[in-house]
Design a protein around this ligand. Structure first.
Ligand SMILES: NC(=O)c1ccc[n+]([C@@H]2O[C@H](COP(=O)([O-])OP(=O)(O)OC[C@H]3O[C@@H](n4cnc5c(N)ncnc54)[C@H](O)[C@@H]3O)[C@@H](O)[C@H]2O)c1
Length: 482
């Protein structure tokens, strides 16, 4: 069934309030043949070549011709409240791994969705010579395809949230009831490559979040901020990790205080600072906010991304952006030994990407009160690296793969054997029905990895960024161009 599609793409060129001293390593989105860069990222945005003014691109996918229509309220798991009260949700970072899956899920549930993204994640790949295991379509094609399959519009605002003028325009134009903020530089190794990446990460993440807070205060005081934090903010204390707050009795007095943060990379530290800024603005301005301290996400398919190859999500397996379980599955698929850092006793919270989208929806559907700073620990199970390796080895054997493991020197500074027990009940109380890590999920992830194994670049698998060797000089990671 052929659907004629057209895209109304109004190019809204706004004079940015920030001046950009240098182009982003000569990067423009239209030109992806980037040299591998040794220099830091400057702000990633469209830049008018002559005027040096920031361009904000606002695009809405519009359909033409006959297309399947989905009546409001006919989505799966539709509840009557969703049908009668459509909510407008801005998904910042909606082109990324968690953001794309979430945008589709919310759209399917009849939320009106706007994706805000400056596509910098795609640029990191070009810059470092990396690629997703899965081929991913451009954000424009993704949104067109979604429209053609479901009849649902997703609005798109391409720009940098560190540019407040751009963000203000997006806010006043879309008028969100809730903002889900995924839009950060999210790799700990990336933030530990060199000084410039450390600075970029903290500027991008802290200023971006600060701008979101100011935009809510200025343009939509009632808007609920759902911000993605990370379980890594807590570190690995030798006591149980609570959900955001801990009650302490000290010298005979008792108070409930923010749970201590012991972040272990410049990336994780940016998240800690975000959390403090958000908590402060809840108190000072009455912002309503939910900080989702997310564990490590695994998996690639959700009901929506599985609908068409053009909706396929990214899957990172490299040493900079890849995360533990996803990496192990890809390593097993290409006969690479599973790379266990140090002793492998590092234990963390994990969750299926299908639960990420569920948790975010639950947070939106049950908003925080005005002035409330809520913290939920968003994961479903804990595993050590050794336990994950054992699970992948067993699942691989069932598929006829001979899975080996290797202990590699730990590039990070972290405890390799430690106590870990983190609470995670609040999202379950709101109705989360977890997809626990099962043999069938591992089978399907491994099969997925086998399906795309020809796309794997084995040179990108080993860790290449050392916490101890971070330097001031700009460094290129694994730029093994032959
Ligand atoms: N993936 C995980 O396992 C995991 C675990 C814990 C927490 N998180 C958090 O969840 C969020 C999303 O993670 P992800 O894995 O989807 O990351 P991702 O890198 O795939 O997606 C982030 C998106 O944000 C966009 N972005 C970054 N800076 C921006 C800016 N200044 N303006 C506009 N857009 C910007 C990027 O282009 C990208 O599309 C992050 O905040 C991350 O810290 C992720």
């Amino acid at each position: 069934m052929a659907h004629l599609l057209s895209v109304s793409c109004s190019l809204n060129i706004s004079a940015g309030s920030r001046s950009y001293s240098k182009p982003l390593n000569q990067c423009a989105i239209s030109s992806v043949s980037l040299p591998i860069s040794k220099t830091p990222l400057k702000r990633f945005t469209f830049e008018a070549k002559r005027s040096r003014k920031c361009r904000t691109i606002y695009m809405t996918a519009v359909s033409m011709g006959q297309e399947p229509r989905v009546q409001p309220g006919s989505g799966s798991n539709q509840t009557s409240s969703e049908a009668s009260v459509p909510k407008k949700v801005m998904v910042i970072g909606g082109d990324g791994y968690c953001g794309w899956a979430t945008s589709l899920h919310l759209s399917k549930k009849n939320y009106q969705v706007a994706v805000v993204d400056n596509l910098v994640r795609r640029h990191f790949d070009h810059q470092l010579g990396l690629d997703s295991l899965t081929p991913i379509s451009s954000i424009h094609n993704r949104i067109r395809r979604w429209k053609s399959l479901t009849g649902k519009d997703i609005e798109l605002y391409v720009g940098d949230i560190c540019d407040f003028e751009f963000l203000s325009e997006a806010f006043t134009s879309f008028k969100p009831d809730a903002v889900v903020h995924f839009g950060e530089q999210r790799s700990a190794p990336y933030s530990m490559i060199d000084r410039s990446r450390a600075v970029f990460t903290q500027q991008n993440n802290v200023i971006g979040t600060l701008n979101v807070l100011f935009a809510i205060k200025e343009f939509g005081e009632d808007c609920h901020l759902v911000k993605l934090g990370t379980m890594g903010e807590y570190g690995t204390p030798n006591i149980d990790i609570e959900e955001g707050f801990i009650t302490i009795t000290h010298n005979g007095r008792t108070d409930t205080l923010p749970y201590p943060k012991q972040a272990s990379s410049f990336y994780h530290l940016s998240k800690v600072h975000d959390s403090h800024n958000i908590a402060f603005t809840c108190k000072a301005w009455g912002i309503r906010a939910t900080d989702l301290n997310q564990g490590v996400v695994y998996g690639v398919r959700t009901d929506e991304t599985a609908m068409h190859e053009e909706l396929c999500n990214r899957l990172d397996y490299d040493g900079v952006f890849g995360t533990a379980l996803n990496r192990f599955c890809v390593q097993a698929a290409v006969d690479h030994p599973l790379t266990i850092y140090g002793k492998g006793g590092q234990t963390r919270g994990y969750l299926d990407i299908r639960d990420t989208v569920q948790c975010v929806e639950l947070a939106i559907a049950n908003p925080a009160q005005r002035g409330e700073f809520r913290v939920f620990n968003q994961f479903t199970e804990q595993f050590s690296v050794n336990e994950l390796a054992a699970l992948v080895t067993k699942a691989g054997q069932k598929l006829g793969l001979e899975v080996k493991t290797v202990s590699v020197p730990n590039p990070r500074v972290e405890a390799e054997e430690h106590y870990y027990n983190a609470k995670h009940t609040k999202l379950v109380e709101l109705g989360l029905e977890p997809h626990l890590l099962s043999d069938s999920l591992l089978d399907s992830l491994l099969n997925f990895a086998v399906q795309y194994k020809d796309r794997v670049d084995p040179k990108q698998i080993m860790p290449s960024v050392s916490w101890r060797k971070i330097g001031a000089k700009p460094k290129t990671v694994q730029a093994k161009v032959k």
